[in-house]
Design a protein around this ligand. Structure first.
Ligand SMILES: C[S@@+](CC[C@H](N)C(=O)[O-])C[C@H]1O[C@@H](n2cnc3c(N)ncnc32)[C@H](O)[C@@H]1O
Length: 281
């Protein structure tokens, strides 16, 4: 059976991050669900596209299908790191109460044969795709050599960055039209319009030691502007506020007597969600 007409069995032998329709009823069973719908993207027609952190390439193939003139799919960690070995090391670190040495990703855990790129290569062959894979760490790659693109996708990457502003400056440098940034964001009730970043220094976010900063939507806008983008549009913003539960009369009277005006401030809930913005040059 050739890869141009893959069977579900062939596809299931690969560990997928994305769910990609390969045609003929064969769909990869990705860990990431759901994927972003097409209406959250700008037009790709006739435009050059760079997909940073492409992994299996779902969004690269989407851009190509929607008429992009050229698509480059860039990735690094997901393609080359031995996730199983690293996961075992992280588990040992947690048991010892230590933080992992992240530099081991590109030394002890680096697999030059790039097993994590198998999904991308398989899907590209099955789809007859011309998307160009590019193995590079976006934080260190020579940007002048990478070139500039009309549309740059930065999806699910920002919270993995130790230096988010520097990374957004690099993103701005490779963008000549619009960057689509999708990221975990935090909604802090009663601080809705504050420009803030939550910091996770010890793997508290999804047990992933590679997750660092999570901005509020205003923080995300401010970061993009500081990085040199001229305007920023929210495509997916914070969840709609919940109507506050009415406070029982006894509690309200008790609070007044104790001189407390807004005790809710001390326990205002926060909610993580996935924000999407378009940042224009
Ligand atoms: C959460 S996944 C998101 C994958 C895809 N963009 C999506 O939204 O479905 C994060 C991706 O960013 C990649 N990544 C993280 N840091 C990177 C870096 N410095 N350079 C290139 N890719 C990076 C990871 O390897 C991984 O494929």
């Amino acid at each position: 059976m050739s890869v141009s007409h893959p069977t579900q069995e062939q596809v299931d032998a690969i560990l997928w991050f994305h769910s990609i329709d390969l045609g003929g009823g064969v769909v990869t069973k990705g860990l990431s669900q759901p994927q972003m719908p097409e209406d959250q993207f700008p037009s790709f027609a006739g435009r050059s596209v760079l997909d940073i952190g492409a992994w299996d390439g779902y969004y690269s193939f989407m851009a190509e299908r929607l008429g992009a003139s050229r698509v480059v799919a860039l990735d690094h960690y997901a393609w080359g790191v031995d996730m199983v070995a690293r996961g075992e090391y992280w588990t040992e670190c947690i048991a010892r109460g230590e933080l992992p040495d992240q530099s081991r990703d590109v030394t002890d855990f680096w697999l030059p044969e790039l097993p994590g790129r198998r999904g991308f290569e398989f899907a590209a062959a099955a789809l007859g795709s011309k998307v160009e894979p590019r193995l590079a760490d976006f934080t260190t790659v020579d940007i002048s050599e990478l070139g500039v693109f009309d549309v740059v996708l930065y999806l699910g990457v920002l919270y993995h960055m130790k230096e988010p502003l520097t990374c957004l400056e690099r993103l701005r440098s490779v963008t000549k039209g619009v960057a689509v940034i999708e990221t975990l964001a935090v909604h802090l009730q009663l601080l809705e319009h504050s420009s803030l970043m939550q910091f996770y220094g010890a793997g508290e976010l999804n047990h992933d030691f590679g997750n660092w900063y999570v901005p509020t939507i205003d923080g995300l806008h401010a970061l993009c502007r500081a990085a040199g983008f001229s305007s920023v549009q929210t495509v997916v913003g914070p969840p709609q506020p919940q109507a506050p539960k009415p406070e029982p009369l006894r509690a309200r009277v008790g609070r007044r007597l104790a001189g407390l005006e807004r005790p809710d401030d001390l326990s205002a809930p926060s909610e993580l969600y996935r924000a999407v913005v378009h940042a224009f040059v």
